[in-house]
Design a protein around this ligand. Structure first.
Ligand code: C5P
Length: 409
């Protein structure tokens, strides 16, 4: 006998926006797909749809009040925040996003968002000016780095008569995204299905002569883990790998290269793509002269090796006019002043996000199986806890997917 599969369930938070009517349709679609829905209605949300509509469609009690004695005795808010597999916020108003970005917890919806240990998918809906306001831009970017996933908003005519970004995604789209979440990792249904991701990994070897080279301690493990995670999320993945001792990830197109110049050429050949992730520890310099023969000890002392700069692959991809990937991610391996140096690198290279990690010997990142990442974007930085390189890769891929898919601009 096969074990019964648990029915997937969603906690749907309905905020106060005209788009709340779409959430009624979403509940209907979820119920039709045998996905359980428990709803939370904010005070503002109740001005647009009634608790009775939500209760009738979901077949469940509607939660509205953080301080309700009856609700708290039946199901406390902490339990409610953990009760579903996925939390969906639709409509996610500017106010709800602002509260969540700042960790406020002054009503039931914001408290649940803060207390939840489950993934959160938000469908923003607001006037175009509100969506484009720097405060909302900051909150959106902060929440994306914190791990919140977004769907929409889209461009179009709005209820207020204006035109622009701010229309909530349609119920069917949100329903599909929820479906993809429950089928996560299953290739074609993954969050990056239909997207192309190019990743560099490992060190480069810069020849001194035919037998000697300059190298570094990069193992390639993090870049390979990112390639596996991107593939698991349904992307078409090209991994441009320097010399490492790792097997090619299944389903990933691997281009093996030696030097920085080979890596730059392979990346160029792999464009265009949607996301470029430069995880390789590319050698900054190479030996200027091409020594065709092994350099001999000739009794005149060690040879003077003149070094010249290698192409900066990340900066070149970031600054392309044509075929610039929608999202460019760099890494900053630092031994001191982690965030300060990463932030300088973000500006210097022109990329969208820098993953900073401490590679001082005591951190054990180089060659190790764990990584502690700090995500640095123009809006701010977020420190992630110490994770296995696989878990860090999965989280990074989720973040890049939500940045890519949430900001269709
Ligand atoms: O300048 P730095 O090497 O510290 O920057 C690190 C980031 O830049 C990494 O993402 C690395 O993959 C990328 N990089 C590159 N080409 C270089 C040097 C670094 O793509 N020549």
């Amino acid at each position: 006998m096969t074990a019964p599969t648990k029915t997937p369930s969603v906690l749907l938070i309905v905020g106060g926006g005209i788009a709340a009517y779409k959430s009624l349709e979403l509940i209907r679609l979820l119920r039709g797909a045998e996905i359980g829905v428990r709803t939370v209605l904010t005070e503002a949300g109740s001005r647009f749809v009634t608790p009775l509509s939500l209760a009738a469609l979901s077949g469940e009690k509607v939660f509205q009040d953080l301080f309700s004695l009856t609700d708290e005795t039946e199901m406390g808010h902490i339990e409610l925040s953990r009760s579903a597999d996925l939390v969906v916020v639709a409509p996610a108003t500017a106010d709800l996003l602002a509260k969540a970005a700042h960790g406020l917890a002054n009503d039931l919806a914001s408290t649940l968002l803060l207390a939840s240990d489950k993934p959160i998918l938000a469908a923003p809906a607001m006037n175009v000016r509100m969506w484009e306001h720097p405060a909302t831009r900051r909150n959106h970017a902060q929440l994306a780095t914190d791990g919140m996933k977004f769907i929409g908003p889209h461009e179009g005519p709005m209820a207020c008569g204006e035109f622009g970004f701010g229309r909530m995604a349609e119920a069917t789209e949100i329903f599909d995204a929820i479906g993809r979440f429950f089928a996560r990792g299953s290739g074609q249904n993954g969050v990056l299905a239909g997207k192309r991701v190019v990743i560099t990994a490992g060190p480069t070897h810069e020849p001194i002569d035919p037998v000697r080279f300059i190298a570094n301690r990069s193992s390639g493990k993090q870049g390979y883990a990112i390639a596996r995670a991107a593939h698991a999320a349904g992307a078409e993945v090209v991994l441009v790998s320097g010399p490492v001792d790792l097997p090619s990830p299944e389903g990933v197109h691997v281009l093996r290269v030696e030097s920085a110049r080979d890596m730059a050429a392979a990346v160029e050949d792999s464009l265009p793509c949607d996301i470029f992730i430069a995880a390789a520890a590319v050698a900054d310099w190479r030996v200027a002269r091409d020594h065709g023969e092994k350099i001999k000890k000739d009794g005149k002392g060690p040879p003077a090796l003149k070094l010249v700069e290698n192409p900066d692959i990340l900066a070149e991809v970031s600054r392309r006019d044509r075929n610039r990937p929608a999202l460019v991610v760099g890494f900053a391996a630092e031994t001191e002043k982690l965030v300060e140096h990463a932030r300088q690198k973000l500006a210097r290279k022109g990329c969208d996000l820098i993953v900073a990690n401490d590679v001082s010997a005591s951190a054990g990142v180089m060659g190790g199986d764990e990584n502690t990442m700090v995500i640095v974007t123009p809006e701010g930085e977020t420190a992630w806890p110490k994770l296995s390189k696989d878990a860090a890769a999965a989280r990074l891929i989720e973040l890049t997917a939500s940045l890519l898919l949430g900001e269709r601009r």
